[in-house]
Ligand binder design. Sequence first.
Ligand SMILES: [Zn+2]
Length: 187
Amino acid sequence: MSTKPAVFLDRDGVLAVEESYVCEAERLKIFPYAKDCVDKIHKKGYYAIVITNQSGIARGLFSEEELWKMNRRLMRETGVDAVYYCPHHPGGTVKKYAMKCNCRKPQTGLLEEACRDFPIDLTGSFIVGDRAGDILTGKAMGIKTALLESGYGSQRLEQNVEPDYKLENLREFAEILDDRPKNDTVH
Ligand SMILES: [Zn+2]
């Protein structure tokens, strides 16, 4: 595997419709344009890696096995390179997962794990999400951040964050990727 930057993608609101808890693989509504966008990201020379908080597991709403079904579907139907997820939540009801961890966004544990598994060049890497936590994760890792309106949207941000890009959806992100000089970040 060659060293290249990555686009870290949130799942719900980015690759699939944002619904508070998707509990079954069949119910995951992948955006019809998701595969095309992942193809573009790959063609432009980036890994496409999903980083997702799935506290529904800690809350007892679905099992890790069910999530694996969703992950396999997501990989098959969009072509992303990998899916990293956090099953934890400190207020969870399933003992095994009810804890404070270092992988739930805005913590950076999942990105660090991806960087151990893939030869990722963080310079030039992006995180794309629909929530404040995604943007904060990106900032903590020192990578560029893009906030999409296709999920919860900026009107519903839990906290004020300043992403480098505010875009409508992943299609728009795939378009602007590489369109700008690498050091063109807005702070
Ligand atoms: Zn976690």
